[in-house]
Design a protein around this ligand. Structure first.
Ligand code: MSP
Length: 654
């Protein structure tokens, strides 16, 4: 018997954050889906994930929590493992950078690079982003801040060890150009070449003396290994590289795919290959940079208050539904928008309607017309043949998509078959065939075709939705393990006539969208109420003024205006004088808002202007209109009205 080919896939190692959100689950779900697919298609798979536990941020958080860094990360890592269990992310190993095996290997690698002259000691002066644990050059900053997270960077100067990456720059440029599969999608390769490699690499600072929570350089312990050398080598250290037992390393390295988010492609396709090359080791076959799951157009983050908790979603809708949504919603590589509504609509349309209906209708009709016994098919018609050909050819399309990490594409192909099956029910009208005894063989054929297509679908969705296939098999009477394998879907007809179908509960109950969204909103509001109520805020009393007629309101002209300039009105500490742009005109408006806004804050704002208020001189300045504000009873709080979203100045409001 020939040996199975190997397949080694990794996720990044996650920072232990108490704030793991659905975006983090995205990469792990994709890696798990791929690992399952490869196992199903005959590979000997090794799937690695883990946690990246060192660094200043953890040190600081642990101090804030009054515990040691190790105690702090231990409890978070346990939560991360629970999440992967809940989401059926079945890894073969979980490496923690605090593991003894990892620490030893990092020290050995660091020493080897030093001994061979690839690491040298010098002095570092640079710009450091603490939250991202990244050094940046002046040129790489975006508006003076970290290009990844947008937060301020600090100037740091210290004695450091450096990794001579510049020496390998030309080799790497050539490697990337001659190995088009190495960085995927191709746009990310172009980005690496144009933004980082072709402008020239600077040697990389790989140790810090100011950081204590990290791996000490064993031959110079006042230095701690800088986070990226520590983190990246996890992929070989987990396999026992450089240890007494490196059998896994010899079996599985090089990695077939490193799955990483787009913001860390740079580290995986520049620092990591250079490190491996310097160590004389082969490079991973592919680094795939996937996009982000965003909300309201931006990356999820606690500070923006837009994180979505995967635990809640899985408990509410099932892990298979969440996994399906993640893999189906966006092409792998691109960013995709998350919303509760999009998730619920997908569950309803694809899972409850398309898939759920196919299973429940096929099984129910088989019970009704054949007492649950799977019928023997008679001769196939042209219509049957079309569907059968589609079902028999499906695995090839799914494989091609999956091997290119196009999870969404693979699911689209599977759902095409589901759609055709549902159409086939409408075209063959089994309920009419059932009325005529002479049509019984035809009815049996139709139901067999449907059930067999359903079996094929169940096998093919297994990598994405590991729990659903068994639920389908139980209903369509598949008990033989051989009928659940990938090989079994390459020929139509695996389903055994004579066995029994058995109706079960709906695979994915339909969700009432409006009710569910209202419930989610109420839940979020209740969560907010659980927070302590803000102190010393009086209840606002609202008293309605006398009614006005619509004609009165129509006289008022409200427009969007953009603040071009703003300054204090001399000798009037409450007043600001703003120059506004309204369409192709400009005007000055004086407002009593200096206590609440600085002139700098005003510039660039899109505000709501009462444009046809008769001009008035205020402290010697003629004011042409009024800016609308919300203000509380004692005037301790005042906020300007703005428009929701980007509207051109000059737009009418009403
Ligand atoms: N510790 C580093 C990786 C070191 S690998 C040698 C790290 N950790 S992380 O926890 O911040 O991110 C882990 C992965 O989660 C990254 O690939 C990142 O892109 C991914 N995601 C974090 N937020 C995400 C979304 N909103 N959407 C998709 N992926 C996201 O980086």
């Amino acid at each position: 018997m020939s040996e199975k080919p190997k397949f080694y896939i990794t996720t990044p190692i996650y920072y232990p954050s108490d704030n793991l959100h659905i975006g983090h689950s995205y990469c792990s779900t994709a890696a798990d889906t791929m690992a399952r697919f490869k196992k199903q298609t005959g590979y000997d798979v090794f799937f690695l994930t883990g946690t990246d536990e060192h660094g200043q941020k953890i040190e600081r958080k642990a101090a804030e929590a009054g515990v040691t860094p190790k105690a702090y990360v231990d409890q978070i890592v346990a939560g991360i493992k629970d999440l992967w269990k809940l989401m059926d992310v079945e890894y073969d190993d979980f490496i923690r950078t605090t593991d003894e095996r990892h620490v030893k290997a990092v020290q050995k690698i660091f020493r080897q690079l030093y001994d061979q002259g690839d690491i040298y000691k010098s002095e570092y002066e640079g710009l450091y982003c603490t939250p991202c644990e990244s050094f940046w050059t002046e040129l790489q900053l975006k508006d003076g801040c970290c290009p990844d997270c947008g937060r301020p960077v600090e100037k740091t100067r210290e004695e450091s060890y450096f990794f001579r990456v510049s020496k390998y720059q030309d080799w790497l440029i050539d490697y990337i150009k001659t190995h088009p599969d190495f960085i995927q999608p191709p746009s990310r390769a172009a980005e690496m070449l144009n933004n980082f490699l072709l402008p020239g690499l600077q040697d990389l600072c790989v140790s810090r003396t100011t950081l204590k929570w990290g791996i000490p350089v064993d031959f110079d312990p006042k230095h701690t290994v800088y986070v990226w050398i520590d983190a990246l080598t996890n992929y070989i250290n987990a396999l026992g590289y450089g240890s007494d037992d490196d059998s896994l390393y010899r079996k599985y390295w090089p990695a077939d795919i490193h799955l990483v988010g787009k913001e860390i492609v740079r580290f995986h396709t520049i620092i990591w290959p250079i490190m491996l090359h310097a160590l004389g080791l082969p490079l991973p076959r592919q680094v795939f940079g996937h996009g982000w799951l965003v909300m309201g157009g931006g990356k999820m983050s606690k500070s923006k208050g837009n994180v979505v908790d995967p635990v809640k979603l899985c408990n509410r809708y099932s892990s298979d539904a969440v996994r399906y949504f993640l893999m189906r919603e966006m092409p792998f590589g691109a960013d995709g928008e998350f919303s509760n509504e999009a998730l619920i609509r997908r569950i309803n349309s694809d899972l409850a309607n398309d898939l759920g209906n196919l299973v429940s209708r096929s099984v129910a009709m088989n019970e009704k017309y054949f007492g649950g016994v799977i019928p023997v098919p008679a001769a196939y018609t042209e219509l049957d043949r079309k569907l059968i050909d589609m079902a028999e050819g499906l695995w090839e399309k799914v494989e091609a998509n999956m091997n290119a990490l196009q999870f969404s594409g693979a699911l689209v192909e599977i759902w095409k078959l589901i759609g055709e099956c549902n159409k086939y029910i409408d075209l063959t009208t089994p309920w009419i065939l059932a009325k005529n005894e002479a049509d019984r063989p035809r009815l049996g054929t139709v139901l067999y075709v449907l059930l067999e297509c359903t079996r094929i679908v169940a096998v093919l969705i297994a990598p994405t939705m590991p729990r659903t296939p068994e639920r389908i098999f139980a209903q369509i009477g598949v008990t033989d393990e051989a009928q659940k394998t990938w090989a079994s879907v390459k020929t139509f007809g695996g389903l055994v006539p004579g066995l029994m179908v058995k109706k079960g509960e709906a695979l994915f109950p339909r969700i009432d969208v409006a009710r569910e969204l209202a419930l989610l909103e109420a839940e979020q509001a209740a969560e907010k109420e659980e927070l302590p109520a803000p102190q010393d805020e009086e209840k606002t009393v609202f008293t309605q003024k006398d009614l006005c007629q619509f004609e009165d309101f129509e006289k008022v002209q409200l427009v969007v205006a953009k603040v071009l300039k703003c300054e204090k009105v001399p000798k009037a500490d409450k007043l600001l004088m703003s120059t506004l742009k309204v369409g192709d005109t400009e005007r000055v408006v004086v407002s009593g808002i200096a206590k609440y806004y600085t002139p700098e804050e005003m510039v660039g704002k899109k505000v709501v202007l009462l444009a046809n208020l008769a001009p008035r001189k205020i402290r010697g300045v003629e004011s042409h209109g009024m800016l609308l504000c919300a203000v509380n009873a004692d005037e301790s709080k005042l906020r300007l009205l703005t428009v929701d979203g980007d509207m051109e100045d000059g737009c009418e409001i009403g």
